[in-house]
Design a protein around this ligand. Structure first.
Ligand SMILES: [Zn+2]
Ligand SMILES: [Zn+2]
Length: 428
């Protein structure tokens, strides 16, 4: 069986080009990428997919999602999260270890991979815990986790408080070829805070999380990366000061990469004024100045990747008073349209924006994917940049519907997603 994707504009995030090319898929791989009119496929063994007027992009790669299995399957399962990812244009997602039990041993890593295999959807890459039980005291067995299939390490959800433990994590992780992803938060500063500490938190009477809570830990991770000469990846950058620290570290040749999430360049702390718990995330939505700094950081390459930090919660955890509600929002089906807004606003070029959602995450995590080439796996998506639609809950394939963007008109949608040559999602 041959699939012939005709007439689409192919986005190459590595060379930052957009070029009309036919894509021919055979045996799960891209066999040819040719100018239109060159490939002449006829006969019953050929499936044609018309893509003219659409973009053909490398499947998106999300290096930071929370799937709630094992433990909280009522919020999300590996299968439901993978389905939402496919609908969002993703072909690969990396899942954080803060499940119940946490992914801190071979058995949990293997369970995740088995469930992902059974779901027959996007590729799922487990990220294992840095410390046993994510309690910040004893390192997990990195060798065993690598062997079981983990691609990275993080205690995400929690900071690694002990600097000596983090230092050893960076050293051992590089020995095993595993990336270390840091959730930067000084809990002695964030404490019981539920939103950004500033004028608005004072006015509406909610406990604040100062930006220094993040900045301090970003600086520590940079200092440890300098000390060890090893790579560190900073998760969900939300502050202007973090962007500055990472910019200077990169200029100094320190091995640091960083991601932000669409809500940090789309929303700011004014969104919390109505006490809408859907806008409660950690780190919190910051100021308009921070939002501008994040956009500049993305444009200048200081922030490498856009990840979702997809964090499903049911109404049980969200329909509560603001200070009692859980942190987090879903993001797999909104990341692409929200990022495309940056293209329309002139912040990023189209190929650059797609690269932040695909190639950059794959590279930072050291996994395959994120670009299209002859001989490479046919992991791709076809997107319509101009399709406008209100985000309604019945469109959301996550088990949880905790998105502050529900009801908003979005522009840009995934029409088809293909993993290894197999169509895993198609818009009705
Ligand atoms: Zn985190
Ligand atoms: Zn997270």
């Amino acid at each position: 069986m041959i699939t012939w994707i005709r007439g689409g504009d192919l986005v190459d995030p590595v060379n930052e080009t957009v070029e009309q090319l036919d894509v021919v898929v055979e045996k799960g791989k891209i066999s040819k990428m040719l100018p239109p009119g060159v490939f002449q496929g006829n006969g019953s063994g050929i499936k044609r997919v018309e893509a003219s007027g659409k973009m053909v992009i490398p499947g998106l790669v999300d290096m930071h999602v929370h799937l709630r299995e094992p433990g909280h399957e009522y919020k999300e399962t590996i299968a439901s999260g993978a389905r939402a990812a496919a609908a969002g244009g993703y072909t690969a997602i990396a899942c954080m270890p803060n499940t119940v039990p946490p992914n801190d041993c071979r058995a949990v890593t293997e369970f995740i991979l088995e469930q992902a295999e059974r779901a027959r959807s996007v590729r799922v890459y487990p990220i294992a815990a840095i410390s046993k039980g994510q309690d910040g005291e004893t390192l997990t067995d990195f060798g065993e986790l690598r062997e079981a299939g983990a691609v990275g390490l993080s205690d995400d959800g929690f900071p690694v408080v002990n600097s000596e433990l983090m230092r050893r994590a960076l050293e051992y992780a590089s020995f095993y070829g595993l990336r270390v992803i840091s959730h930067c938060e000084d809990r002695s500063l964030s404490g019981d805070g539920v939103m950004h500490e500033g004028g608005i938190s004072t006015r509406i009477g909610l406990a604040g999380i100062p930006d220094a809570s993040e900045d301090i830990m970003v600086y520590r991770e940079i200092a440890l990366a300098r000390l060890t000469g090893r790579h560190v990846h900073i998760a969900h950058v939300s502050t202007a000061a973090s962007v500055d620290l990472i910019r200077r570290a990169k200029e100094d040749g320190i091995r640091v990469t960083a991601e932000t999430a669409p809500h940090y360049f789309t929303l700011d702390h004014r969104r919390v004024i109505g006490y809408d718990t859907l806008a409660k995330v950690n780190p919190p939505l910051r100021t308009p100045e921070d939002v501008e700094a994040i956009k500049t950081g993305l444009r200048e390459g200081v922030i490498d990747a856009i990840a979702t930090d997809h964090a499903p919660h049911s109404s049980l955890e969200k329909d509560l008073e603001f200070d009692r509600a859980a942190f987090g929002m879903i993001g797999l089906q909104t990341a692409l349209p929200l990022t495309l807004q940056l293209v329309r606003d002139g912040v990023l070029g189209l190929a650059q924006a797609i690269g932040k959602l695909s190639w950059a995450g794959a590279t930072a995590l050291g996994i395959p994917g994120g670009r299209l080439m002859e001989g490479g796996s046919a992991d791709l998506a076809i997107i319509d940049l101009n399709y406008e639609y209100p985000l309604e809950t019945d469109r959301i394939l996550s088990k949880s519907k905790n998105s502050p963007f529900i009801g908003q008109v979005l522009k840009g949608i995934t029409e088809l997603t293909m993993v290894g040559g197999k169509i895993v999602w198609e818009k009705a």
